[in-house]
Ligand binder design. Sequence first.
Ligand code: IDP
Ligand code: MG
Length: 140
Amino acid sequence: MTQRTLSIVKPDAVAANAVGAILGLCEEGGLRVMATKMIHMSKAEAEGFYAVHSDKPFFGSLTDFMSEGPVVVSVLEGDNAVERYRGLLGATNPADAPEGSVRQLFGTSIERNAAHGSDAPETAVAEISYFFNALEIVRR
Ligand code: IDP
Ligand code: MG
């Protein structure tokens, strides 16, 4: 089933010049880039994106991190895209992510883990609309 998901190359991976490598792994992994842009989120914008985690002890630190520098947000499309991209990313903690996965290759801590992927199709729809309007996403 063709599906879409939201990817964020996080500030650590943008700073490490790994944008192309990560989007390359997406393409090699069967996903197509349908929209992409670089943005620098304010603290409030990062808090809005991660509102679901507002009760967590790491919320303040996470939203500082996500607003410390530019990120690359992308809409990725492919068969079973949500699960497919989560598989390419590996576990939240890079130490638990499989060899060759995005987080194993480019993440350096459970917080600074290089990239985000939506966790469910409904989450993907909401996350895509947080960053992109209809005119910014190519039609197939
Ligand atoms: P996910 O990105 O794999 O879906 P979530 O549990 O949704 O993981 O957490 C969102 C983000 O918050 C993670 O990608 C990571 O950057 C950060 N994070 C998650 N757990 C921790 C933690 O225990 N300490 C610090 N940061 C964390
Ligand atoms: Mg999550």
